[in-house]
Design a protein. Structure first.
Length: 327
């Protein structure tokens, strides 16, 4: 969901009352779950809220908070800037919108449960505007998140940001120079606060980040695999296909060696991802692909899904069933 889509789903109390909803009916709609309140005086239909991902829900709250701004130079920051940049919030459930600025008064009263205000100066060079909403720049946002968020979420944001600046989806090529330049930008932000909380984690995350990861789930798999002792983890490895072109593997476990794939259910259940193929055709094509990869590379291939990502230990148990262990 982008900012325009988020705006289209939001309804104010005044709009609902003009449509014929009385104050009593509005309260009843919130009570029975027909409407979800995202801020004081702002609502969204439950059907939209229920199917929205965490990032979309938070983005709607960011849009509302921006609409309520008056007389402040603060910008959206931390996870609130992350969703404006289209970055994931892996396993995060932010309860408040985050604003940063040397002067953050003028938005809402102190202690507002919807907004967290940070008395942190954001220089002009660290500010951008996305669809009319001011926020921290991409590199500043990543620097904040990799320092302050739990490590899985921090790595997912770093991976996704690197992918934005360095990955070309059409040619499936990765710009190493753009990657390196972005890492320097993030490291420069971190260098301004060498003793700040989380800097050590931030540097570790930035060193391990890889913009070739296609999804937060792949990021989490890579993090867990490292915890398990696997080394030389290479995302998106091409293997020549029998009719020309390439098969792409989510991860090469080069220290073993073996292949690893995150198997999301969407490739089998989502018609948009299946294209013109029905489920049996997708399953057959996937089996033929896997057989070819194993036969031509002489490597084992293991698959894991969301059910195996509760912990590193659970993922390790899954790999052990394929007789894949750290070298």
């Amino acid at each position: 969901m982008n900012v325009s889509e988020a705006r289209s789903h939001l309804l104010t109390r005044a709009q609902l009352e003009r449509s014929g909803l009385s104050p009593r009916q509005l309260s009843a709609a919130v009570a029975d779950g027909t409407l979800q309140r995202v801020h004081r005086g702002w609502y969204v239909p439950d059907a939209v809220w229920r199917t929205a991902y965490t990032e979309a829900r938070h983005l709607m709250r960011v849009v509302v908070t921006h609409e309520r701004q008056r007389g402040t130079e603060a910008v959206f920051a931390f996870v609130s800037a992350a969703v404006l940049h289209g970055l994931p919030l892996l396993r995060l459930r932010p309860q408040r919108v985050h604003l940063s600025g040397a002067r953050t008064n003028g938005l809402v009263a102190s202690g507002d449960r919807f907004v967290a205000r940070h008395e942190v100066e954001v220089p002009e060079r660290d500010r951008v505007v996305i669809d009319g909403i001011p926020c921290t720049s991409l590199s500043r946002t990543v620097a904040d998140v990799v320092r302050l968020a739990p490590e899985p979420a921090a790595l997912a944001v770093a991976d996704a940001a690197l992918r934005l600046v360095a990955w070309d989806g059409k040619t499936r090529t990765y710009d190493a120079e753009a990657d390196a330049a972005f890492r320097v930008d993030v490291a420069t932000h971190l260098a301004r606060f060498p003793r700040a909380r989380g800097v050590r984690q931030a540097r570790r995350v930035l060193a391990f980040a890889d913009g070739r990861a296609e999804s937060p789930a792949e990021t989490l798999c890579r993090l867990f695999l490292r915890e398990l002792g696997f080394t030389r983890l290479v995302p998106q490895v091409p293997v020549p296909a029998p009719q020309g072109g390439w098969f792409w593997l989510d991860l090469g476990l080069e220290g073993v060696p073996a292949w690893f794939e995150f198997d999301g259910a969407g490739k089998y259940t989502d018609p948009a991802m299946r294209g013109r193929l029905d489920l049996p055709q997708v399953l057959l094509a996937e089996k033929e692909r896997e057989d070819w990869i194993r036969a031509t590379t002489r490597r084992p291939l293991a698959r894991a899904g969301h059910a195996h990502l509760a912990s590193a230990e659970m993922l390790g148990e899954r790999l052990a069933r394929f007789q894949i262990f750290p070298a």
